[in-house]
Every structure is written in C-alpha cells, then in structure tokens.
Write a protein that binds this ligand. Structure first.
Ligand code: CTP
Length: 399
C-alpha cells in the first residue's frame, strides 16, 4: 500500500554511522508526500554530506544556531513549522543531551521548542545501547511523551550482532503513517475540492461576486491531506494560504475557469467535493473598457454559467463519491434533497444562513448532511475544521 504522509517533517540527523541511512529516509518521506527540513548536527557531517540531504529534500540543510554568514537559524520558528520532529538516527550523545536538557546546538534547541509529536530512532553499537545510562535516558524521553522507533536487532557496523541498528527508513515511515494518518480510507485517494467564490467581469475593473471566503473548502482540503489524500484544490480569489502539505492548488477567477479546472481534474478523482460558491449568472458581455458613469439607469444582461456540479453528476465515473453544497432559505431539506437527486450526488451539505456564526466568512459553520439514504444529520455549530472532519468521515463511509 502506498502510504501518504502529507506532513511537514523536521528530520534531525545526529552523529552515528546510521546517518548514511538518512538519505534513504529523506527519499521515503518525500515519496510519501512529506515536506522535509533536515537539521544535521556537526558530528553527523562526518557520516553524510549536507549536499546529499539538501538535494534529496529540496531545502538547504541547517546545522548551527548561527550560520556561517551570521544569520540566525530560528529554532522557535523551525519547531513551529514542523508537524512532526523525527530524530533519526539518534546517537547516544544526542540522546544524553536531550534527556538532560542541554542546549548547545540547533537540533536540541529545536527539540526543546517543539510542541509537535517527537519521534526518535536510536542507533548505536550493542554495548552502548545496553548501557544503563542509555536506557535511563530513553526512559526519560518516554516519560515526556517522545515516541521511540526501534532499534532493531542484527548486524552492526562494528561487526558485532545485536540490538542497536537503526530501524529501516520504510519501517520508520510506516510507523509515522500508522500513528499520524491511521487507517483512513482517504489514504492515497485523489480528492478534488472547489473553494471560494467566483468573480464574473462586468468590465476591466468591476465584477459580480459573492461573500464566500474559501475557508470551508480550504478546511476540507487540509483535513483530506492530513488523512493521506492527494488533494487538488481549485479556488476562486482568496487571501487564504494553501493549508498544509500534499495539496496542489489551482487559482481561478471566473465560473468558466473554475469549470475548466474542475472538469479536467474530475475524471481522475475518487472523491469530488464542490464547496465553491459559483456564480449562477455572468454578464453576457464584459465591456473591454471601463464603463463610464451616466445619468441614466444601467442594465447589465446576465446569462447563466455552466452548473459544474450538474456536469460532475452527469459524467461521474463508477465508484466516485460526489459531494455538493447547498444554500437554501426556504424548504431547505426538501430542496437540498431535490438537488441531491437531480445532480446525482452521494452527499449534500446544507449550509445554514440563519444561524449566527454560520456561513460566509466565519470560522465556524452549521450544516446538515443529507445522504442518498435520505438520512439527515443536523450538526451543531462547529469550527470549519470540525465540519470538514464530519464531511470526510461521511465520505469515508461511502468509499
Ligand atoms: N455549483 C456549481 N456550478 C454552478 C453553481 C453551483 O458547481 N454554476 C455548485 C456549488 O459548488 C454547490 C452546489 O452547486 O456545491 C449548489 O449551489 P447552490 O447555489 O446552492 O444551488 P444551485 O444549484 O445554484 O441552485 P439554486 O440557485 O436554485 O439554489
């Protein structure tokens, strides 16, 4: 099974012969979708070159708190950036420093600043690993919630055989995946999500738009990526930053552009979630020059845009899960159910405009989930992240 790990991984490499495996570990992480930032201790430079690891990770490798050119490598920022800190290999020396709160290099300073899950993969020779101080130090880390991977038993660099080998890169990635992604059915699935509102040009300076912020669609993209999906996010104009790792983003402006981008991604998608507020009408003709103010009334002829969701329903490949949104003010549930039937959806998310804190621009939302089985699940006011989880939990039951 391909394991998707859409996470920002801070990989600390300390001075152990197993540091040579760090290159393969970076490859495995990147292959799984992770963004990897390597921090190498000075001692690790003797075992593996920064060039190797920066080439494989696509990011400069960091070592010192203050770099050669006098710039400060901000350990606090690095720690906050990371979704997970992995120290592999963990040498006896770095282990001892971590256990005792020393702080004389960038890796340890970052460890002390980290609030994300921390994993260590110890690697040392047999007797070093057996030593009572090593075990006491590992116990201390465990007490603080640090999770240990390995070491394995087998042939060691010294020629001896026993416990102390760093776990293989695939084993380390599998453990991170099991802990952080779990058994989500979205792992490895392709998911298309549309977000935000479209803008339909009246002239070069004006447009018809709506109040959609994109927050709901972005929350869905983020949660799906965390669950291991390969996410295609098609969004109308928004100030929001792409949320997290493993998301390919296409920015569009108009309904026509959104239709084109969504249609070209839909055929390959296992799950399609259309959360965008697409304009239903656009000016029949967009003026090429700025429309001048006159005393008389101004009429703009509007023509319908293409209903992207209806197209998706009509062209739905077998097995695809199609989710639409609805915003209704009257006979909400009945209208949403009608939309579900007409557009051949598997699930419709009915948005509330009535409740305080729900809908456009808010960080919270109140929705009702309606499936093909006509089951209606009215959720309370939740954060958009929680709503995204509820939607994707439901999608997982359909996959
Ligand atoms: N939608 C779409 N393309 C459009 C308009 C809407 O794909 N041109 C999608 C939205 O992304 C949403 C769903 O259709 O998932 C519902 O949009 P909504 O505006 O509530 O419903 P409409 O189908 O436009 O119907 P009505 O305006 O009658 O409520």
């Amino acid at each position: 099974m391909e394991r998707r790990l859409n996470r920002k991984v801070l990989l600390g490499v300390s001075g152990s012969i197993a540091a040579y495996k760090a290159a393969a570990l970076v490859r495995e992480l990147v292959k799984a979708g992770a963004e990897v930032q390597v921090v190498l201790t000075r001692a690790a430079h003797d075992f593996v070159t920064p060039l190797t690891l920066s080439t494989l990770s696509g990011r400069p490798v960091l070592t010192d708190l203050v770099a050669g050119d006098g710039t400060w490598n901000d350990h606090v920022h690095l720690a906050r950036w990371a979704d997970v800190l992995l120290i592999a290999p963990l040498s006896a020396n770095t282990l001892s420093k971590l256990a005792n709160g020393q702080c004389d290099n960038l890796l340890i300073a970052t460890y002390l600043s980290a609030t994300c899950p921390v994993y260590v993969a110890p690697a040392m020779d047999l007797e070093m690993f057996r030593d009572a101080s090593t075990h006491a130090n590992l116990d201390r880390l465990k007490e603080r919630g640090v999770r240990q991977i390995g070491p394995d038993s087998g042939e060691l660099a010294s020629g001896l055989s026993g416990e102390g080998r760093m776990s293989e890169p695939e084993v380390i990635v599998a453990r991170l995946h099991a802990d952080l992604v779990g058994g989500s059915k979205l792992n490895g699935k392709r998911l298309l999500v549309s977000a935000g509102g479209t803008q339909e040009a009246i002239d070069p300076v004006r447009y018809i738009g709506n109040r959609s912020s994109g927050k709901m669609g972005f929350a869905i993209a983020e949660e799906a990526a965390l669950r291991g999906a390969v996410v295609e996010l098609v969004t109308g104009p928004t100030a929001l930053a792409t949320p997290g790792t493993g998301i390919h983003r296409t920015d569009v402006v108009s309904a026509a552009q959104m239709a084109e981008a969504c249609k070209s991604a839909a055929g390959n998608s296992d799950v399609v979630i259309m959360s965008a507020a697409v304009a239903d009408y656009r000016p029949a003709v967009a003026a090429t020059g700025k429309i001048k103010k006159k005393d008389a009334a101004l009429n703009i002829d509007l023509e319908p845009t293409e209903d992207i969701l209806a197209w998706m329903g009509a062209h739905k490949p077998a097995g695809q899960v199609l989710v639409g949104f609805a915003l209704e003010t009257d006979d909400a549930v009945a209208n949403a159910q009608g939309k579900l039937e007409r557009k051949k959806l598997d699930l419709i998310v009915l948005n509330s405009l009535q409740d305080a804190g729900a809908g456009f621009g808010h960080d919270t939302n109140k929705v009702t989930l309606i499936g093909r089985d006509t089951k209606v699940l009215a959720l309370p006011l939740l954060s958009k992240a929680e709503v995204a989880r509820a939607i994707l939990d439901h999608v997982e039951t359909l996959l």
